[in-house]
Write a protein that binds this ligand. Structure first.
Ligand SMILES: [Zn+2]
Ligand SMILES: [Zn+2]
Length: 266
């Protein structure tokens, strides 16, 4: 089976200390066929992101150095927020990325990590806070056109401030269906991101019910990523992710070349 980890960070991301070489060498050691380096680009002054005029030549030399052993994709994970859609779209078009993950790291410009308390204090209930997350996510899909898969689409459940932060498809069917239908209509995919296991959620982002629904609605493009920020997390919990995909009826997972999906049999 073809194995590709389509979401990982290196020390070019402000929240990782791992060299690109250490990530690539671990992926080779695990026998992976392909990886995407997807360092963060968030347009929030509290984060830094690489200068891609320097990053890309370095990336290309690494790709060449390791090409006998593994294929490496030039990816990026861009923080989407419809309030800064022009920045997002202009940035994405400026560099020859093979693969772009668009993620909701902030909602209405409230960063879910730094501003968690402020964001959730805007709402009386979890239902309202999570609904707003999805309303904004739908606007992001409509306005930030330049991404290939939506990252960790149920991510708000990692940052909730409630005794029970769980989020299930059945509580947000209208929002989730609207989001998934829009993605499908626009030829975009989702990812199954196994970091949820590392964060103790006992499930990936998104959970199996979202993956099943995406398939039922006709979704075909799905990547599998660990969101590793250090070598030891690469491809972790992939067997659980593959089982969820197969149970949902997926026969293929996606890789990308020049932002076009290539389907690999599961
Ligand atoms: Zn992310
Ligand atoms: Zn990430």
């Amino acid at each position: 089976m073809y194995t590709a980890d389509y979401h990982m960070h290196t020390n070019a991301s402000s929240d990782s200390d791992a060299s690109a070489e250490s990530m690539i060498e671990r992926a080779i050691e695990l026998g992976l066929d392909e990886i995407a380096l997807t360092d963060h680009v968030d347009f929030d002054d509290r984060y830094t992101y690489p200068d891609y005029n320097e990053y890309i030549p370095k990336f290309l030399s690494l790709r060449e150095k390791y090409e006998k052993y593994i294929y490496i994709v030039l990816g990026v994970e861009i923080g989407l927020d419809n309030r800064i859609k022009d920045k997002v779209n202009d940035f994405a078009k400026s560099f020859p990325f093979d693969f772009i993950i668009g993620s909701s790291h902030s909602v209405m410009l409230y960063d879910l990590y730094f501003d968690r308390k402020k964001y959730f204090s805007l709402f009386r209930t979890k239902k309202e806070a999570y609904s707003c997350y999805f309303e904004e996510l739908i606007k992001n899909i409509e306005t930030c056109r330049t991404f290939n898969v939506y990252g960790h689409i149920d991510f708000v459940n990692r940052y909730g401030v409630y005794d029970d932060n769980s989020l299930s498809y059945s509580d947000y069917t209208d929002y989730v269906d609207t989001a998934l239908r829009l993605l499908i209509e626009k030829g975009k995919g989702i990812e199954i991101n196994t970091s949820g296991f590392r964060y103790g959620l006992g499930q990936p982002h998104p959970s199996a019910d979202f993956v099943r629904r995406y398939r039922e609605l006709g979704g075909e493009i799905i990547t599998v990523g660990s969101d590793a920020h250090r070598p030891e997390d690469i491809a972790k919990n992939f067997s659980a992710a593959y089982s969820i995909l197969k149970e949902a009826g997926f026969v293929y997972a996606a890789s990308f070349r020049k932002q076009k999906p290539v389907f690999r049999k599961l």
